[in-house]
Write a new protein. Structure first.
Length: 259
C-alpha cells in the first residue's frame, strides 16, 4: 500500500468543520438551513459546532472507551427525525463535542485505534467518492481527505482497482461507511412506514422542541419498530458488501457500487 500515516495529527487535532475554511462552512450552513425548512431529516447542531459523524453504536463504543481511560467526552446530536406521536427527536448521527479528538495521545497516536469509528478508519478516502460513482460519474475531482498533507492533491485519474490497492483498508472502510449510510436510512424509513400507529415522522419547518432527544436505534427498538440487533446486522451487511467489491476489483471483474 502506497499510503502510510505519518502521525502528524492534522486529521485529529482540529476535527470540527469550522476549520475547513469560510467558503466551505458557509456552503454547508446554507444547505443545512434549506434542509431544516423541509425535513424530514433535520440538523440539530450548527455547522460550526460539528465534527465528524458517528453512528449510534460508535458513540456508545466511544463512551465505553472513555470510561475505561478516565476521559470526559461529550456528543452533539447532528441529524435527526422528529416523532410527532412521542414528541421525540430520533438522532441518526452524532458528533464529538470537541475540536481535538480526546483519544489522541501526546505523540498523536490513537488510544482506541482498534475500536476507531468508520470515518477515522476510512481517512483519507472520501466516502463521497462512492456516491459519485453510483451516480454514474467517472471523473472524480477529490476522492481524498481535505487536510491530509501526505496524499497527493490531484484529480482521480487512475482505475478504481489501483486506488483500492493504494489505500487498502481505508478504501474498504470508506465503502463500508457509504453502504452503512445508504442502508441505514433505507431500513429506518422502511421500518417506520410499517408502524404508522407507533411513529409519525414530521415534515416541514424544523420543530423548535428540544426537550426529548434520543438515539434513534434505541428509541425505535424500544417501540418495537426496529428488531433487536439491528445495528449488528447492518454492520455485517456493510462488511460483506465491501468484501464483494474488493473481490470484484482484485479479479478485474466489472464492479458494482451499491445504489
Amino acid at each position: 500500500m502506497a499510503f502510510e500515516c505519518t502521525c502528524c495529527g492534522e486529521c485529529c487535532m482540529r476535527i470540527m468543520i469550522k476549520n475547513e475554511g469560510k467558503q466551505y462552512v458557509e456552503q454547508l450552513r446554507q444547505e443545512q438551513a434549506e434542509r431544516n425548512k423541509k425535513g424530514p431529516v433535520y440538523y440539530l447542531t450548527p455547522v460550526e459546532e460539528r465534527a465528524f459523524w458517528l453512528y449510534e453504536w460508535e458513540m456508545e463504543g466511544y463512551k465505553e472507551s472513555a470510561k475505561m481511560l478516565g476521559l470526559k467526552i461529550g456528543f452533539n446530536p447532528v441529524r435527526a427525525i422528529y416523532d410527532e406521536l412521542g414528541k421525540t427527536w430520533m438522532v441518526l448521527s452524532w458528533s464529538l463535542d470537541s475540536d481535538k479528538c480526546p483519544f489522541v495521545d501526546d505523540k498523536f497516536r490513537c488510544r482506541v485505534y482498534q475500536e476507531r469509528s468508520l470515518v477515522c478508519h476510512s481517512f483519507p478516502v472520501n466516502v463521497k467518492l462512492f456516491a459519485q460513482l453510483a451516480g454514474g460519474s467517472r471523473q472524480i475531482d477529490d476522492p481524498l481527505g481535505i487536510r491530509c498533507p501526505v496524499v497527493p492533491r490531484e484529480k482521480f485519474n487512475k482505475s478504481l482497482k489501483a486506488f483500492a490497492e493504494e489505500y487498502g483498508d481505508a478504501f474498504r472502510a470508506a465503502y463500508e461507511s457509504y453502504v452503512t449510510e445508504l442502508t441505514f436510512m433505507r431500513a429506518i424509513n422502511s421500518q417506520i412506514a410499517r408502524f404508522p400507529m407507533r411513529v409519525k415522522v414530521h415534515s416541514g419547518p424544523i420543530p423548535q422542541d428540544r426537550k426529548n432527544v434520543q438515539p434513534a436505534i434505541a428509541y425505535l427498538t424500544g417501540l418495537g419498530v426496529l428488531p433487536k440487533g439491528f445495528e449488528k446486522d447492518l454492520v455485517k451487511f456493510a462488511s460483506s458488501e465491501a468484501e464483494r467489491l474488493i473481490k470484484q476489483l482484485k479479479a478485474g471483474e466489472p464492479y458494482q457500487i451499491l445504489r
